[in-house]
Design a binder for this molecule. Structure first.
Ligand code: EPU
Length: 342
């Protein structure tokens, strides 16, 4: 266990906000974490890639160093199936690389998403037509208020787009993820239907029947790198906003006004609109407001141009939200978690 007092969180948030916390504790086992329960306030973080600190944190910040990967036995009837029980502190993309190296398939489209395994199961990370929930069997947690251990089945996690039971008002902050068990396959089934992947394969002269998981991972990595800023160069937290899900009738009205509006199907009554497109239509792409800016290649991403405080990012966030609402009548919501108060 590592304990620091009056600790800078600069290395623990990809936005590059220089906030401090009263205490910072990294634990190596569930038993060590159990010793810390009941203290308040407590905040559990992962890789800090989805956080915006608005002020210093006057409490204890917890971080997992449980970094085991265990292959579990499977039943003989499921010959292709691979079950992996993974510690919450493993860096997500290291897990993806490790699975592909071992010929365990499924996670390719989720390559290069920042963050750690524990947070990925809270956030239900997703990209290029795949979501973490598609592979999660269960999530083992520890209750930070009373030390109770509980395993949530994938169904009990109530996953939806960037959402889970762990983000609901009733459960938020209550559970620390210890391990996540994934179901992967020894059989590679590429998912290529999300915009851009097939075109990129064609450009590289890769025939789909010969495509390997390593190649697909590389294509995803390259597409992400062209659009998304590297947090080591410019602070950011990936998509700042969620793509709003709206009633189909509202979309149909908007499509009359804006014939080139894009959408993804959700269900018979709802569609999802790319917020990045709307933000771009409002003229915000590449525009700065003080030390915060809208990224010039992907308008869904807000960046720290250097020295921004949490409040600078919030000011920009509110201005963008206001304009999108005024033009399209849609209130977009941050995906990033705000910690503290301005
Ligand atoms: N678009 C624009 N202008 C922009 C950005 C996007 O017109 O500035 C348009 C694109 O042309 C495209 C559509 O909007 O037709 C969607 O864009 P993109 O494929 O880049 O994906 P996204 O909807 O903006 C989501 C996820 C990303 C994920 C990508 C790829 C959310 C909040 N974001 O972004 O996830 O990588 O799809 O699957 O759902 C993240 O969560 O941090 C993240 C990066």
């Amino acid at each position: 266990m590592r304990i620091e007092e009056n600790y800078s969180l600069l290395e623990h948030n990809t936005f590059g906000i220089d906030a401090r916390c009263h205490r910072f504790v990294e634990y190596d086992t569930p038993e060590e974490l159990a010793q810390l329960v009941g203290q308040a306030p407590l905040l559990h973080i992962g890789g800090g890639s989805n956080l915006l600190f608005l002020s210093d944190y006057d409490g204890t910040i917890l971080h997992s160093r449980i970094r085991t990967i265990e292959k579990l036995p499977t039943s003989n009837t499921q010959a292709d199936e691979v079950l992996l029980r993974v510690g919450a502190g493993i860096v997500w993309d290291e897990l993806v690389a490790h699975t592909i190296d071992n010929h365990w398939y499924g996670l390719e489209n989720l390559s290069l998403i920042p963050g750690e395994v524990g947070a990925s199961a809270v956030q239900n990370i997703g990209a290029y037509g795949a979501e973490a929930k598609d592979f999660i069997v269960n999530v083992e947690c520890l209750n930070l208020q009373n030390g109770e251990r509980r395993t949530f089945s994938c169904h009990e996690c109530q996953y939806s787009y960037r959402h889970s039971i762990f983000k609901t008002d009733a459960q938020r902050g209550r559970w620390a993820v210890l391990y996540v068990t994934y179901r992967l396959s020894t059989h590679f089934t590429p998912r290529l239907d999300y915009g851009g992947i097939r075109a990129e394969l064609q450009r590289r002269d890769i025939a789909i029947e010969h495509l390997t998981a390593e190649q697909l991972r590389q294509v995803i990595i390259d597409i992400r790198r062209t659009k998304l800023p590297d947090p080591k160069v410019q602070g950011n937290a990936g998509s700042f906003f969620m793509n709003p899900i709206i009633p189909r009738s509202q979309y149909e009205k908007l499509a009359k006004l804006y014939p080139n509006i894009m959408h993804y199907e959700v269900d018979a009554d709802h569609v999802k609109i790319p917020a990045g497109w709307m933000i771009e239509q409002c003229g915000w792409k590449g525009r700065a407001l003080g030390p915060a800016a809208v990224h010039d290649r992907q308008a869904l991403v807000l960046v720290n141009r250097g020295g921004a405080k949490g409040s600078d990012i919030v000011t920009l966030c509110n201005a963008v939200r206001h304009d999108v609402n005024e033009k399209f009548g849609i209130d977009i919501h941050p995906e990033v978690n705000f910690i503290g108060k301005v």
